[in-house]
Design a protein around this ligand. Structure first.
Ligand SMILES: Nc1ncnc2c1ncn2[C@@H]1O[C@H](COP(=O)(O)OP(=O)(O)OP(=O)(O)O)[C@@H](O)[C@H]1O
Length: 254
């Protein structure tokens, strides 16, 4: 397979997100080194790699949790690396977190409103946006319950509703399917497809290989902080460097 770059004529859509030469150093540890990748409009890209490969660190550099040590990230041509997270969100990039913790003392709808408030100070307008997105994730009948009462699966859908209430052009999902039942995972994959149909791009970290290979248009593979492959799911699983990084290979039929 080819280590296809972002100019590949096979890819549809306009370039939305560009990661160029991104590095991140934590005192003695080079967690990311010279990572390049792009996400086009309407694409679902899977970001995979063994434990400690740097996936969450890359999400943090893209979403403004902290700045990269080197390199740049642009969204629609505007530099977003180095901006604080709320400005990155306002520019059109939302993320979910590996460990979802809703504000338990708030209701379900109030949690989703936190996302909507990045665009509006008006409570009623934020509530309408939040309710619309709770309906989308199948939680509208629980809108007035305390968020702490929700099951893990429902908390994940609330996290998705909060993130999409910022009306992102691109959504970064960090292991949002972890801890879900097979039925809940399928439901989540259905939501991802619907988001793509609405034109939202998705960049997804997920350990469930079968799910990631099934849903992604392209897959980016990191190993020890570096990009080692980029391609279609069926190409990536046959790449020697990728197989080596995942000693024992993939089990996508599990
Ligand atoms: N804030 C931090 N300070 C110091 N080191 C960190 C920090 N965050 C991550 N690291 C280190 O950077 C490396 C990459 O970690 P990261 O969490 O990005 O990997 P990952 O691919 O997301 O792993 P996993 O699949 O286990 O979640 C690891 O060695 C990790 O210990």
């Amino acid at each position: 397979m080819t280590n296809m770059d972002h100019q590949s004529p096979e890819r549809d859509g306009e370039t939305l997100l560009t990661v160029e030469g991104v590095g991140k150093r934590f005192s003695g540890l080079q967690a990311l080194q010279d990572v390049d990748m792009t996400v086009n409009s309407g694409e679902i890209i899977g970001l995979i790699g063994p434990n400690g490969a740097g996936k969450t660190t890359l999400f943090n550099c893209i979403s403004g949790a902290f700045p990269p040590t080197s390199g740049t990230v642009t969204l629609e041509g505007n530099v977003i690396s180095g901006l604080p997270a709320h400005k990155v969100a306002r520019a059109g990039l939302a993320r979910t977190f590996q460990i979802t913790r809703p504000l338990e003392e708030l209701t379900v709808v109030e949690n989703a409103m936190v996302g909507a408030h990045i665009h509006t100070r008006r409570r009623q307008e934020a509530r309408e946006i939040a309710l619309e997105n709770l309906e989308f994730v199948g939680l509208s009948d629980r809108a007035e319950e305390e968020a702490g009462e929700l099951t893990v699966g429902a908390q994940k859908r609330l996290e998705l509703a909060r993130a999409i209430s910022t009306r992102p052009k691109i959504l970064l999902l960090d292991e949002i399917m972890a801890g879900l039942t097979p039925q809940e995972s399928n439901q989540m994959l259905g939501l991802f497809r619907q988001l793509r149909e609405r034109g939202t791009s998705l960049l997804i970290i997920e350990h469930d290989m079968k799910a990631i290979m099934n849903i992604s248009d392209y897959v980016k593979v990191l190993d020890q902080g570096q990009g080692i492959a980029f391609g279609k799911p069926n190409e990536v699983v046959e790449d020697d460097r990728v197989i080596e990084a995942y000693i024992g290979g993939f089990d996508v039929d599990a």
